[in-house]
Design a protein around this ligand. Structure first.
Ligand code: PMT
Length: 409
């Protein structure tokens, strides 16, 4: 659960009083929890309680409280993109009907509609027994189940009305266990589950002298997003990274290096044992031939810096990989550099290459989004739109999973 981003949708049922406890249990396990409350839900549990226990703002209306606040065009869709899973508890008859009909009249409905494919949705209906068993509610439940939602049948027992019957929401501990299982199942179904994946990320630094170096603008965001996405699919991930200012994604083994020689030595240690090697690092192609000890003086008008070629880490892996290992690279080119990317795919003996260019605004180095074209070793190229680096990482891994399936890996 560590690092998982969970949204809890809370509707207007008496069981809503159990949700603050659910939030606390999830947070104790290291999850980041946000709550979307329906108007009816707000009559059973206060916004203040939920915002306090989750330590996050509460989400209710699609529209901002005052229009003079300025318009955030992504407010209604950003949470669906953010979440790893959506839990709707308690789910009322009314909300089941809204969701099965595809309405978008509050934040919870918008999150439901914009949640990324493949992310688990767990729905815990809780209501009067007769209401639950009514044909209308059962029809809506069947519609949602057919869309891939997991519907958890309510428990039997004493209901708020005093009547005994089906309709009680399970205790928060049971909800947590169901969520853990759903997240685990998703990972289990991935061909990357249990595979050893090595990702290189960030820049390398090549010393000129004791205080100066040659490097580039890589922030590590792309490689870290890939590592995060691979762990979510159950892979055992080692992230070899140059100097960056990013925290390690939960579940990832991180190896910090500085120079290309160090990155190469760290990577070579995994060449024989990894199932998949992904080179997202912006590796310096050259290094100063003879770095100066101490600090260079500025006495001379001109100095010459002789550079020598660095080892190509990815090509090294490509040369010696076995039939059961996959090599995936990136090609950072100018906007029109697709052909050059294809050349790198062949020369480095890769199974897949992600061509990207750089404009320091929408793609490439040091920005939160990227525009990738994925080229397989069969020559087929798939152009992706501008995506967040997390989304782009997801698409890259989808393509890798497909290759694993095609090759029986
Ligand atoms: O880190 P960010 O700010 O998020 O930016 C992401 C990125 C732009 C750095 C990333 O998307 C990217 O394109 N990484 C590869 C950059 C690069 O060095 O491209 P290249 O075309 O020079 O290299 C081709 C491939 O060979 C790359 O997979 C690279 O990691 C690898 N390589 C290159 C040289 C070398 N000596 N060793 C290598 O392993």
């Amino acid at each position: 659960m560590r690092g998982k981003k969970i949204i809890i949708g809370v509707c207007g049922g008496i069981a809503a009083y159990k949700i603050p406890q659910l939030v606390r249990l999830l947070k104790k396990r290291g999850a980041c929890v946000r709550v979307a409350l329906t108007d009816a839900g707000a009559r059973f549990v206060s916004e203040l309680t939920l915002a306090t226990v989750s330590e996050e703002p509460l989400y209710r209306n699609i529209f901002p409280p005052t229009e003079s606040e300025g318009v955030d065009y992504t407010r209604h869709i950003s949470l669906g993109e953010w979440a790893d899973a959506l839990v709707i508890a308690p789910a009322t008859a009314n909300t089941l009907a809204r969701l099965s009909a595809g309405l978008c009249d509050d934040m919870l409905a918008a999150i439901f509609l914009t949640l990324r494919p493949g992310k688990p949705v767990l729905i815990f209906p809780a209501m009067d027994g007769q209401m639950f068993l009514s044909p209308s509610v059962q029809r809506n439940i069947a519609t949602l189940a057919a869309q891939g939602c997991s519907i958890v049948t309510p428990e039997s027992g004493e209901l708020a009305s005093g009547i005994c019957g089906i309709g009680r929401m399970p205790e928060p501990e049971t909800l947590v266990a169901a969520l853990e299982e759903a997240l685990h199942e998703r990972a289990l179904s991935s061909p990357l589950y249990g595979k050893k994946v090595v990702v290189t990320a960030g820049p390398t630094r090549e010393k000129i002298d004791g205080v100066r170096f040659i490097s580039n603008y890589s922030s590590g965001k792309m490689g870290f997003a890939i590592a995060r996405a691979a762990v979510e699919r159950g892979a055992l991930v080692t992230l070899i990274t140059g100097p960056v200012h990013l925290s390690t994604p939960p579940g990832v083994e991180r190896v910090d290096v500085e120079s290309t020689a160090e990155m190469n030595a760290a990577a070579e240690g995994f060449f024989g044992s990894c199932d998949l090697f992904i080179g997202a690092a912006a590796v310096s192609d050259y290094r100063p031939a003879a770095p100066y000890e101490g600090k260079m003086k500025k006495d001379d008008e001109h100095i010459e810096l002789r550079l020598v070629k660095n080892p190509d880490i990815l090509a090294g892996f490509g040369r010696q990989k076995s039939a059961s290992q996959l090599a995936v690279g990136f090609a950072l080119e100018t906007r029109t550099g697709l052909e050059s990317a294809r050349k790198k795919l062949t020369e480095k003996n890769l199974d897949l290459i992600a061509f990207n260019f750089f404009d320091r605004k929408t793609c490439g180095f040091d920005v939160d989004t990227n525009i990738l074209t994925l080229i397989g070793s069969d020559g087929v190229a798939t152009e992706l739109p501008q995506l967040t680096k997390d989304e782009a990482a997801g698409k890259l891994l989808d393509a890798i999973e497909q290759r694993c399936l095609n090759n029986g890996l």
